[in-house]
Design a protein around this ligand. Structure first.
Ligand code: HEC
Length: 113
C-alpha cells in the first residue's frame, strides 16, 4: 500500500504536483467547441493588444464598439485579417467562435461608471 508522506515531499515538488493537478483540472474544463468559449478574456488576450479596452476604444486598430461595418465584413476581417495591419485568425478560431466574437463586438457598451 502506497502512502504519501506529505511532510517528506520537498516544497518545490509539492508545488509542481499542484501545478500538474491544476493543469489537469484546466484541460478537464469543456473545450471551446461545445459552447463554453469565453469571448471577453480571449479578446483581451488576443485582440486587446490592438483593439483597446475590449474593443471599446481605438488602439493600433480601430474602435470596434458601434462599428458601422456589417457582420459579414467583421467576420471576414477577423478570418482573413488585413495585410500589414491585422493578422488572420481563421486558423485560430472556428467559424462558431468567430460568430461569437462578432456577437461580442455587437454587444459592446461603454463601461459603466
Ligand atoms: C496587430 C494588431 C491587431 C490585432 C492583434 C488584431 N487587430 Fe483587428 N485590426 C487591426 C487593424 C490595424 C485594423 C484596421 C485594418 C484596416 O486598415 O482596415 C483592424 C480591423 C479590425 C476590424 C474591422 C474594423 C473596421 O471597422 O474596419 C475588426 C472587426 C477587427 N479588427 C477585429 C479583431 C479581432 C476580433 C481581433 C482578435 C481576434 C483582432 N482584430 C486582432 C489590428 C489588429
Amino acid at each position: 500500500m502506497l502512502r504519501l508522506h506529505l511532510k517528506t515531499i520537498p516544497a518545490g515538488l509539492g508545488a509542481a504536483l499542484l501545478c500538474a493537478v491544476m493543469a489537469q483540472a484546466q484541460s478537464a474544463t469543456p473545450a471551446p467547441e461545445n459552447g463554453s468559449f469565453e469571448v471577453e478574456p480571449v479578446f483581451a488576450g488576443t485582440c486587446g493588444f490592438c483593439h483597446s479596452d475590449g474593443g471599446r476604444a481605438p488602439g493600433k486598430g480601430p474602435q470596434l464598439m458601434n462599428s458601422p461595418r456589417d457582420d459579414d465584413f467583421i467576420r471576414d476581417r477577423i478570418k482573413h485579417g488585413k495585410q500589414g495591419a491585422m493578422p488572420a485568425f481563421d486558423g485560430a478560431f472556428t467559424d462558431t467562435q468567430i460568430d461569437q466574437i462578432v456577437k461580442y463586438i455587437r454587444a459592446l457598451k461603454p463601461r459603466a461608471g
